[in-house]
Design a protein around this ligand. Structure first.
Ligand SMILES: Nc1ncnc2c1ncn2[C@@H]1O[C@H](COP(=O)(O)OP(=O)(O)OP(=O)(O)O)[C@@H](O)[C@H]1O
Ligand SMILES: [Mg+2]
Length: 263
């Protein structure tokens, strides 16, 4: 087995919402342990693309294979498939009446049919992994946005997914909480998780992405290594995108080094 086995294969995928073509003949591959940062202007089709990968949206044409499973084939069990794909949304979607621990444990109990003791044991380990052991008993309303999002990540990880998909995981957070969530995603990358992350955090993209895909009007118009993407983008739209996002990126660099300076 090559270290670069394809884990997600997107083959000539097209999709419409009515007469509007939201994905136009998109093809791309994600190999094992790669981190893809998917970016592009609002409405370019980023959410739709990652939603089709986890069968949250149907496609009109083409094929998507995740870990050997044809996602949209008749006969594919979408529920089973989604267990192998962790999906983290912009809004944290925790169950408000369950503690952080039980939010992580619920899938282990209901879907994997583990005993309460074993589900809680694993959930404690998952909370530890996202730096939240000390918040196990907290209710979502008593957690910060960054903590809630980390619980949501722990919950997604509980199903031992082969792939993690993130749709703007930090967009709903106050700026001071963005870093803690990105750090968890970065740690996952270091552990070899295969991921696609939709984000506008260009600093994160530069540091963590193996590849950056830029979408425009339903197509991936640029696929590049971060260095190429930022220093020498090929497409005129990519150049514009990079220019308009550099300002923000520099601001967050300052913030991070500030934080480091002051411990
Ligand atoms: N359920 C739907 N029905 C009709 N049109 C839709 C639907 N979902 C998305 N669209 C349209 O498809 C286009 C792509 O939407 P999508 O949410 O994938 O964009 P995006 O790149 O994720 O944008 P954003 O950065 O704002 O999240 C948009 O023009 C959107 O209005
Ligand atoms: Mg979106």
């Amino acid at each position: 087995m090559s270290a670069l086995a394809p884990v997600i294969r997107i083959e000539s995928v097209s999709k419409n919402f009515g007469s509007f073509e939201v994905l136009k003949n998109v093809s791309s591959t994600v190999h094992a342990s790669e981190v893809i940062v998917l970016c592009g202007l609002s409405g370019s089709g980023k959410s739709t693309l990652i939603r089709t990968i986890s069968a949250l949206e149907p496609i009109r044409e083409g094929k998507i294979i995740v870990d050997g499973v044809d996602v949209h084939a008749r006969g594919t069990d979408a529920n089973l498939l989604r267990r192998g794909i962790g999906f983290v949304f912009q809004s944290f979607n925790l169950f408000p009446h369950l503690s952080a621990l039980d939010n992580v444990a619920i899938g282990l109990r209901r879907l994997m049919k583990l005993s309460k003791g074993e589900a809680h044991r694993r959930s404690h380990l998952l909370l530890e992994r996202v730096g939240l052991s000390h918040r196990a008993a907290y209710m979502p309303a008593d957690l910060s946005g960054g903590e809630q999002q980390r619980v949501a990540i722990a919950r997604a990880l509980s199903m031992q997914p082969k792939v993690m998909l993130f749709d703007e995981p930090t967009s709903a957070l106050d700026p001071e909480m963005v870093g803690e969530v990105l750090k968890v995603i970065k740690d996952l990358s270091a552990e070899g998780m295969t991921m696609i992350c939709v984000t506008h955090e260009m600093n994160f993209a530069r540091e963590v992405a193996d590849w950056i895909w830029l979408m425009e009007a339903g197509e991936i118009i640029e696929k590049a290594r971060p260095a190429e993407f930022f220093e020498n983008p090929q497409h005129a739209s990519a150049r514009r995108f990079v220019q308009s996002h550099l300002g923000r990126s520099e601001v967050s660099t300052l913030r991070e080094s500030d934080a480091n300076d002051h411990g």
